[in-house]
Write a protein that binds this ligand. Structure first.
Ligand code: GAR
Length: 211
């Protein structure tokens, strides 16, 4: 995995804040919640860069309007060579002194190369109460199963999809008449509170016991 794991001299972190990259593929509502939280002087993360594999992701424009550097690194020119796309992501993050990576609706499965390069320093949010419903269509599956509640999970990224150690969860009720869309909206509101809190707690814990 040449290229992964070599840190050029990174820009210094501001005020002891941890430099975070947010990876998105779409709307970026979780990204927006993280950017909002990071405005607070006492929030432990500084958002160094937002990167999308999808140049059309609405979140890129949102980030730019918030004054954050936002890059599109399109996966399509790399064809089936996922690893080469990830090397480009990895290089962009290291160049900016990124210490922690936050996946926020990043809809590409990562190869073991990138996961290992950022092991213990890469977080994801998933719209279910893991270990229930890894993968896609989580809300429709929870409704079809007759579950009384749903939720979201922030976890460390490991090589297994949606499998890493859980850092935090938030629960919401499934109401009679819920559709996948109405439930998704309720879960997303919970995500916007959970993710900034879980990231802050992770960073604070990491300062006392770095990986
Ligand atoms: C979020 O609900 C997030 O949990 C989900 O994508 C949505 C992104 O929304 N992520 C996954 O399904 C990853 N497996 P956003 O772009 O508005 O933050």
């Amino acid at each position: 995995m040449s290229g992964c794991g070599h840190d050029p001299a990174p820009p210094p972190a501001k005020d002891g804040k941890t430099r975070v990259a947010i990876l998105i593929s779409g709307a970026g509502s979780n990204m927006a919640a993280l950017l909002e939280a990071a405005k607070a002087a006492d929030y432990p993360a500084e958002i160094a860069v937002v990167i999308s594999n999808n140049p059309e992701a609405a979140g890129l424009e949102l980030a730019r309007r918030a004054g954050i550097e936002a890059l599109a690194i399109d996966h399509r020119p790399f064809g089936k060579v996922r690893h080469d796309h990830e090397l480009a992501l990895d290089a962009a993050m290291r160049l900016r002194g990124v210490e922690v990576v936050v996946l926020a609706g990043y809809m590409r499965i990562l190869t073991a190369h990138l996961v290992r390069a950022w092991e213990g320093r890469m977080l994801n949010i998933h719209p279910s109460l893991l270990p229930n419903y890894p993968g896609l269509d989580t809300h429709a599956r929870a409704i079809a199963a007759g579950d009384a509640e749903a939720g979201c999970t922030v976890h460390l990224v490991t090589e297994g999809v949606d499998e890493g150690p859980v850092l935090g969860q938030a629960r919401v009720p499934i109401e009679p008449g819920d559709t996948a869309e109405t439930l998704a909206a309720r879960v997303r509101t919970a995500e916007h509170k959970l993710y900034p809190e879980a990231l802050a707690a992770f960073i604070e814990q990491r300062k006392t016991a770095p990986v």
